[in-house]
Write a protein that binds this ligand. Structure first.
Ligand SMILES: NC(=O)c1ccc[n+]([C@@H]2O[C@H](COP(=O)([O-])OP(=O)(O)OC[C@H]3O[C@@H](n4cnc5c(N)ncnc54)[C@H](OP(=O)(O)O)[C@@H]3O)[C@@H](O)[C@H]2O)c1
Length: 264
């Protein structure tokens, strides 16, 4: 069985994609001993060189990578993965061999290694797992001046659904708004430029004033005719956008009612 050699603080990163490279850059900037960022062909070399391994591969590849690391002799040390939906049990093959396993999920969008390295500074991170794994995860969050969110493994899918809504769904909403602008005769580039101040102010207000105080618009004012005109106009656009408007509108109506109640 291969045992870890050298510095037992050495860090190896399995997965040379966006998150793997971004975390690698950031940890090196913080003076941490990152000895390798391994692509899929070199992951099996990590256990011989590092006792602490960060795994940043697609969610569905996690258990296979854990098996690769276990098969390559990892039988002590710590492994953290960066997936928001799966718990430490995704690394079962390593747990079974005595490795302390956990989760370090960056609550941030990482679109490229350089953008990610900058954006992960000060971000929040979802953390759970075995005691030693959580202690290392907390240390990493401290180094990048971020905030720890303690998540119970069974709550991870809900926590991650929230993250997806706040990130990917905002992107999807902006795309849908630009498509509707296109239907109204405004070109995509001009539409995105025009929407930018509106999106930024809405997001900023919601985050600083809170969603209730930030909410404006026809649903909040009770302008029923305006909403009816929207629904009539949307009858000719693709169904997913029409349904998005209707379902998001139901939530916004609930928010408007809450606002009304709280100000009565
Ligand atoms: N990007 C984000 O915004 C973000 C934010 C928070 C958390 N995360 C989480 O971080 C993890 C990585 O996401 P990412 O966006 O960095 O992904 P990514 O950019 O697609 O990179 C994934 C890496 O894993 C490698 N890989 C793919 N399939 C593999 C396999 N079967 N075995 C071994 N390696 C494999 C890829 O190698 P090849 O290049 O050879 O395919 C690539 O280096 C995911 O769990 C994701 O949920 C992502």
């Amino acid at each position: 069985m291969m045992k870890t050699i050298g510095d037992n603080r050495a860090i190896g990163i399995a997965g040379a994609g966006r998150v793997g490279q971004a975390l690698g850059r950031l940890l090196v900037e913080c003076g941490e001993p990152v000895i390798a960022i391994a692509g899929r062909d070199t992951i099996a070399e990590l256990p011989g060189r590092a006792a602490r391994i960060l795994i940043a591969v697609p969610d569905d590849a996690l258990s296979g990578v854990a098996e690769t690391l276990a098969g390559a002799g990892m039988s002590d040390g710590i492994a953290l993965h960066t997936c928001g939906t799966r718990g430490p049990e995704a690394l079962a093959a390593l747990s079974a061999r005595g490795v302390s396993c956990g989760v370090l999920h960056p609550l941030q969008t990482v679109a490229s290694p350089s953008q990610g390295a900058a954006a992960l500074k000060g971000a929040s991170f979802g953390v759970c797992g075995d005691r030693e794994a959580v202690a290392w995860a907390r240390r990493i969050v401290e180094l990048v001046e971020g905030e720890v969110l303690e998540i119970q493994p069974e709550s991870q899918p809900l926590y991650h659904a929230a993250a997806v809504m706040a990130s990917n769904y905002v992107v999807g909403l902006i795309d849908a708004a630009a498509l509707l602008m296109g239907e109204a005769g405004i070109g995509r580039a001009q539409a995105l430029r025009a929407l930018a101040p509106l999106v930024r102010a809405s997001v900023e207000n919601a985050l600083t004033m809170g969603p209730e105080a930030a909410l404006t618009g026809p649903i909040e004012r009770g302008d029923v005719e305006t909403v009816s005109a929207h629904l009539r106009a949307l009858s000719s656009v693709p169904e997913p956008i029409r349904e998005l408007y209707r379902h998001a509108g139901l939530h916004v109506a609930g928010l408007a009612c809450r606002k009304l109640r709280n100000h009565e």
